[in-house]
Design a protein around this ligand. Structure first.
Ligand code: GLA
Length: 838
């Protein structure tokens, strides 16, 4: 709930309290964010005042050589104030949330309290996707506003009340299965700049069901001159002490979401990107926590941004030993002209806190993403098992080859066949044809419809790949509209994967691509679309913007305008084709963020399908995102990205914890492996509900990965243990489940193990009466008839025991003997365990 008690604001969720107040001078002092300080509804106004008094900092004199706010208020030094927002020019030398150039050229801003109100429900951002409250409870409005192309919406300059200029409200409203999850309250606090030329609205949304608070700010130009925005970040958190740790998730192509812990003990630490998209180099999701917080214990803040463009997260320790955290649009390369009457909205930041370590924080985030980010028809619908053609065929295919693959898929139990890149224009490799979205008749003589019908006739759904934001220099589109590419006239243009970005700042380009994609999506019965984006930004320049404005500075708006254009295109198309399951992608996980997830219920997490690498990557995502949005596929061994060989078991065990699919040439699999995959797909279908809708828990991470996914009612769970690198002479191993109901008794079991005899190499000779040369015809022949049995676990135990003590597993092979009760656990081996309550 939200409570205002005489200029003290309390935002309350079951486990957390967030408090700030108005100081006598008019600034907002941040008081507290952390463990719940008790239900504010049960406190009197006086008690809330007392709380604020106890939490507020006491001041008597100026500090050192810090600047005082003014002559009369010597003790108020902005540099040492824990504030809700910070600005440049009044002595706050820390990284600031807001930096403006006013019409008179002054760069000082000083926002003072004007008014506040509590509103029911969730207002959409007019220009960006935002979290939403389920409208089914009748209290909240869905963020279903058609996006305008410009971020600025007009405001009535006389009273500062905004009137939305270009909003076209659609009547499409999302379908949700769970009306209980919608309750959201909103606090709006309005501040006025001391000169009177602009107002700032702070919007806070409280999502009680998942202990999440989100924040946005809107800047309204209510003066008569132009304001240049140099930075307008989305959220600020000021802590009273130093010594925090910040976990950031860095990476590269095929190596996304590697967790790194940074010390915030002095100076400034920044995680940011100018890639133009959220990037695989640093995800916008970060964690902040004091020394000592672990996976299972201690306080942990999780912070994310609902934005897909350049983002910025910084943590800084001030001269006075306080820590400031900021998140929002990256100010590097950004500027925005705000004319009288216009409004600029910053993207929405998401914050949560848990006292139960990383796990507690992750569970809040998972819940929030599932209920308030993912929306539409597919929100809670079972995801089909898909087969993607990319690693099976790359660009080399025709209809015959695809149908052969699809038939094998059908036989294996695949439910959705996806044709990846290569089906349009002259797209025989990645140097050409992006922008030419007409079918390649040489490859598909009966067109998309012909292929789609044949796939449907096999009893499968059909999906395809597109990359609508791109243009190849070698394309008919570029030959017709060279000015539609993002490039600087007269300069040589840098390329990524031989392609350029379309100028999505240009509304005409966005409209054209919406029409073009609408034609593709309605040309056949298409059930799924993989929306790819395969290069980061360079030569950031909008020829369209240059044609509209004569100030050189306007190009500082291009990167953000691109994202607004992208959102308009994505939102329009996903709403126009609500039955299609959209999957986001950007060279794997180069744009894995909450903005994309507002429209696409899942994202291809990485082009790396090696299960050993994937276990770290998926674990990385799991800190901030539920596994139900992380796509994962079984692919061939040796793996195409690392050439590592891994058993099918492991490839399957890792992929099923995400949105499961296959991406390999099933026609080339040997019979036994194909049958094994078929059985596994059946197994997945039996446990899909738990794996897709369950809560994901990390156990050990590192050399051993230990996961548990627990059904919402905690009666069923699936566990997994994976060993990256074997340790010699180490037979002991155990599995510790997490998230079970301690009071229930579970049947804990694993499936029968059958090991190919060839995986023991020439050890076969320790048992064979005749000598067998490894790799020989005889070796292969024996392997066809003899498999080595392995351990099978089966035990009944309480949830308490399974979680706190763990099950001691059958001994692992340790170089001294092997029989049917031994665990074969070489490099990259894994096991899956099933738990069912009695
Ligand atoms: C990107 C994607 C891949 C595949 C190719 C096709 O790299 O991440 O999955 O779709 O593009 O060109």
């Amino acid at each position: 709930m939200i409570r205002i008690a005489d200029r003290v604001f309390t935002l309350d969720t079951p486990d957390t309290t967030y408090m700030f107040r108005v100081l006598p001078e008019g600034h907002l002092e941040h008081l507290y964010y952390g463990a719940s300080l008790g239900d504010p509804a049960e406190k009197t106004d006086e008690e809330i005042q007392e709380d604020a008094e106890a939490l507020g900092e006491k001041r008597e004199f100026p500090q050192g050589n810090a600047i005082s706010w003014d002559e009369e208020h010597q003790s108020l030094c902005m540099e040492d104030l824990r504030s809700e927002i910070s600005t440049t020019g009044k002595g706050d030398l820390r990284d600031t949330m807001i930096s403006l150039i006013h019409a008179d050229g002054g760069r000082t801003s000083d926002f003072l309290y004007e008014s506040s109100e509590i509103r029911e429900g969730k207002e959409p951002l007019e220009t960006l996707p935002s979290s939403y409250a389920d409208p089914a409870d009748g209290k909240a409005e869905h963020a279903e506003t058609a996006l305008t192309n410009a971020s600025a919406v007009s405001a009535d300059a006389s009273d500062g009340k905004e009137e939305l200029a270009e909003t076209a409200l659609t009547d499409a409203s999302p379908v949700s299965a769970n009306p209980a999850h919608g309750k959201v309250e909103q606090l709006v606090v309005t501040l006025r700049e001391a000169s009177g030329d602009c107002r700032l609205e702070l919007h806070y949304y409280v999502f009680e069901d998942c202990d999440v608070i989100t924040r946005t700010v809107k800047l309204i130009n209510c003066g008569s001159g132009k304001i240049q925005i140099r930075r307008l970040l989305s959220a600020q958190l000021d802590f009273e002490t130093a010594g925090y740790k910040m976990s950031v998730f860095t990476g590269a192509w095929a190596r996304e979401m590697q967790r790194h812990e940074l010390d915030i003990s002095g100076g400034r630490v920044v995680s940011s990107t100018t890639a133009g998209i959220s990037s695989n180099a640093c995800n916008p999701f970060v964690m902040l926590y004091p020394e000592g917080t672990s996976e299972t214990a201690g306080g942990c803040y999780g912070i994310n941004l609902i934005y897909s463009g350049n983002h910025y997260e910084s943590a800084e320790v001030s001269r006075f030993g306080k820590t400031r955290f900021l998140t929002g649009i990256n100010p590097e390369g950004f500027s925005w002209q705000l004319l009288p009457g216009e409004i600029f909205e910053a993207p929405e930041a998401v914050m949560t806190w848990s006292g139960s370590g990383f796990t507690g924080m992750s569970l809040h985030m998972h819940h929030f993403v599932r209920e308030h980010i993912v929306r539409g028809e597919w929100k809670h619908k079972a995801r089909p098992v898909l087969l993607n053609s990319w690693e099976a065929a790359y660009f080399k295919f025709d209809e015959k080859k695809l149908l052969r693959l699809a038939k094998a898929g059908k036989d294996a139990g695949i439910e959705l066949f996806v044709m990846d890149d290569g089906w349009f224009g002259t797209r025989d490799d990645d140097t050409q044809a992006l922008g030419d979205w007409t079918v390649n008749k040489k490859k598909l003589p009966d067109g998309l419809k012909g292929l789609a019908d044949k796939i449907h006739a096999l009893g499968m759904d059909f999906g395809l790949w597109v990359e609508p934001e791109m243009i190849s220099a070698n394309s008919d589109l570029y030959r017709a509209h060279p000015d539609w590419a993002m490039q600087i006239p007269g300069r040589q243009h840098a390329e990524g994967r031989h392609q350029m970005l379309l100028d999505l700042a240009n509304p005409e380009v966005v409209d054209y691509m919406i029409d073009c994609m609408s034609d593709v999506f309605s040309s056949a019965d298409i059930n799924y679309v993989k929306w790819d984006m395969n290069r980061v930004m360079s030569d950031v320049y909008s020829p369209w913007l240059a044609s509209q404005r004569d100030d050189a500075e306007c190009q500082g708006e291009t990167a953000h305008r691109y994202i607004l254009g992208y959102y308009r295109m994505l939102k329009t198309l996903t709403e126009k084709f609500p039955h299609i399951l959209f999957e986001g992608c950007a060279s794997g996980g180069c744009r894995f963020d909450l903005g994309v997830l507002c429209c696409c219920p899942q994202i291809w997490a990485s082009d790396d399908t090696d299960p050993v690498e994937r276990s770290t990557i998926q674990e990385g995502y799991s800190y901030g995102y539920p596994m139900s949005v992380v796509s994962a596929h079984v692919s061939a061994s040796p793996n195409h990205q690392t050439l590592r060989e891994t058993p099918l078991d492991t490839r399957f065990n890792v992929a099923v914890f995400g949105v499961f699919g296959c991406e390999m040439n099933l026609c080339d699999m040997d019979h036994r492996e194909f049958q094994e995959l078929k059985e596994k797909i059946l197994l997945y279908k039996a446990w899909r509900d738990v794996l897709q809708n369950g809560d994901f828990y990390r156990g050990r991470t590192g050399r051993i990965h230990e996961w548990t996914c627990v059904a919402p009612d905690r009666k069923k769970a699936v566990g997994m243990i994976l060993q990256e690198k074997a340790v010699p002479n180490a037979p002991f191993e155990q599995f510790r489940a997490r998230g079970l109901d301690g009071g229930l008794r579970y049947h804990f079991y694993s499936l029968e193990q059958k090991r190919d005899i060839r995986s023991f190499g020439d050890l076969v000779n320790t048992a064979s009466p005749v000598h067998v040369k490894p790799g020989s015809f005889l070796h292969r022949l024996i392997a066809d008839f003899v498999t080595m049995p392995g351990e099978q676990e089966e035990v009944r135990a309480s949830g308490r025991l399974l979680m706190d003590a763990g099950v001691k597993l059958a001994p692992g092979y340790a170089g001294t003997g092997y029989n049917e009760n031994t665990r074969y656990f070489a490099d990259g081996c894994s096991r899956m365990y099933f738990m069912e309550a009695d």
